[in-house]
Design a protein around this ligand. Structure first.
Ligand code: GDP
Length: 523
């Protein structure tokens, strides 16, 4: 098969949601679809304890979770499906965000009983920044939730994206009858614990469905569908591909109901790997030379060897085990012999891979997050990975001052690797760390102790809102204090860590001449 054909077969996506919306349940259903697991309930270590036997880093064992996102893949018909996990909750870290730079589309799960929740908004913003197509699955229709129209309105208003309902529910919770499939023109009947039935629209007039179609719930929903057909937005595939319109599916991951329908439609529409921006222009996914970028580095997966695995998103050409590639940042050439692909909890050796695939390679302490690897003569860098504003801040110091040299070295290296962000207090010069999730602190502490042999202490600063100061403006230091802490980032730029929204707004109102920059919004 040609490289082009291989690329066309690949569908690489991530599922984003707020904790408890049903990501694990839906992922399990999809893996069942792909026949990867025989019974649902084996994806997350937390629930099955399956990861406990793996040799992943100690902290993973202690917590019973996979610290850094992994990849699951399966064959679906002719397609090669790659699902990248985006850890949430207490496992939330910058890795979760970075994973979104390695996918071609995203499935956003919304809990119909809750609507849009904070973590969904954060992850959505990153997708929006990259213009990735977003497909929405509104879950838990087997429970009493918000009205479908209200949910669509909420998505449009809070996330500022147009919605197009691909299907439409008739009732919910105990009154749930099924969904109208607007795409394939059929009704999918919910049969409780039994399998759903697919009834083409023209067969709905058959006498056996009389009870169904005469029910007030069915009729009310039928009218809503007619209203959508007449007055709703048109389906626009170009807008979907540009991330401006999201196709919306209703269903229940647990029942399961509407999952096959959702997956079939989604996977047929989801884009295969696209050309990617680099410093030398667009790189085509079927270009003969291999290239890719590192979006994650996982350390200490095997404590006995203390090895590190760098995760690469393949962007072009054909990856072959044993090939030599150049690290564009340094020009150094590496032979990739110990390539491994991480599938759920098992490691399997991979011999070849194409654009859209994720491979894990042994890192001889040479790689950094965002690095580009290239085969052949060309030299370029893929677009820099964006920095994500930290939300949780802590002061950090070595327990033993005599260890300050190792302390500085450890921080320097871990920060460079992208494990955590570093700032310095303007007045005291003390080290301040920033992260998007608590887990990053745990991993940082563990690695400082185990790799650099330094015990450290944290002093919590708490959740903060970072705003950069315009570098052209003169800084009036007397404006700042503990509640609006003035710090420097690694490049020497000044920023202010505001205690909360109130402090930020108060500052803005009283200091209109000070320009504050929100990197997340303008990126
Ligand atoms: P995650 O945190 O997003 O991975 O969510 P989980 O998949 O672990 O689901 C959280 C809880 O919601 C679990 O108790 C699930 O059984 C439940 N759940 C998931 N999908 C559905 C659904 O469609 N209907 C109902 N009633 N419960 C669901």
């Amino acid at each position: 098969m040609s490289i082009k054909e291989e690329v066309q077969k690949r569908k690489t996506f991530a599922i984003i949601s707020h904790p408890d919306a049903g990501k694990t349940t839906l992922t399990e259903r999809l893996l069942l679809v792909g026949n990867l697991i025989r019974s649902a309930g084996t994806v997350k270590g937390k629930k099955s304890g399956k990861f406990a036997t793996s040799d992943w880093m100690e902290i993973e064992k202690q917590r019973g979770i996979s610290v850094t996102s992994s990849v699951m893949n399966f064959q679906y018909g002719d397609l090669q499906v790659n699902i990248l996990d985006t850890p949430g909750h207490e496992d939330f870290s910058e890795d979760t965000y970075r994973t979104l730079t390695a996918v071609d589309s995203v499935v956003m799960i919304i809990d119909s009983t809750k609507g849009i929740e904070p973590q969904t908004i954060k992850l959505f913003k990153v997708c929006r920044m990259r213009g990735i197509p977003i497909f929405t699955f509104i879950n838990k229709l087997d429970r009493e939730g918000k009205e479908p129209f209200a949910l669509l309105e909420e998505i449009e208003e809070v996330l500022d994206i147009e919605t197009y309902p691909m299907n439409w529910p008739a009732g919910m919770g105990k009154r749930f009858l099924g969904i109208f499939d607007r795409h394939e023109k059929q009704f999918i009947k919910f049969n409780g614990n039994e399998e759903e039935t697919y009834i083409p629209n023209h067969e709905l007039m058959n006498p056996e469905y009389e009870e169904l179609i005469s029910s007030p719930i069915y009729q009310a929903s039928r009218e809503e569908v007619a209203l959508l057909d007449e007055a709703g937005d048109e389906f626009n595939l170009d807008a979907v591909m540009a991330g401006e319109q999201t196709p919306v599916f209703f269903g229940s991951a647990l029942a399961p109901f509407g999952v096959n329908l959702f997956f079939d439609t989604f996977i047929s529409m989801a884009p295969a790997p696209q050309p990617r921006k680099s410093t030398e222009g667009l790189v085509q996914p079927d270009h003969p030379d291999f290239s890719g970028f590192i979006f994650k580095i996982q350390a200490n997966m095997n404590p006995a060897h203390r090895d590190r695995i760098a995760f690469i998103r393949v962007c072009s050409g054909k990856f072959e085990r044993g090939m030599s590639v150049k690290l564009s940042r340094t020009g150094k050439v590496f032979k990739l012999s110990q390539s491994q692909q991480i599938i759920a909890s098992t490691r399997e050796t991979v011999d070849e891979a194409y654009a859209g695939d994720i491979i894990g390679i042994y890192d001889p302490n040479a790689y950094q997050i965002g690095d580009t690897l290239i085969e052949g003569k060309a030299n370029f860098d893929y677009d820099e990975l964006p920095q994500f504003p930290a939300e949780l801040y802590k002061k950090v110091m070595a327990k033993n001052v005599l260890k300050s040299k190792q302390f500085r070295k450890g921080i320097e290296q871990l920060v460079q690797e992208g494990a955590i962000q570093l700032f310095r207090d303007k007045h005291t010069e003390s080290y301040i760390l920033g992260a998007v999730g608590e887990l990053q602190y745990e991993v940082f502490k563990y690695r400082m102790e185990n790799e650099y042999n330094v015990d450290i202490m944290f002093e919590t600063i708490g959740e903060r809102i970072p705003r950069w100061l315009n570098p052209e403006q003169k800084i009036n230091e007397s404006l700042f204090d503990e509640r609006k802490l003035l710090v420097r980032d690694r490049e020497g730029n000044y920023l202010v860590l505001f205690q909360n929204e109130f402090a930020l707004n108060w500052f803005k109102q009283n200091n209109e001449d000070v320009e504050l920059i929100d990197l997340f919004e303008t990126n």
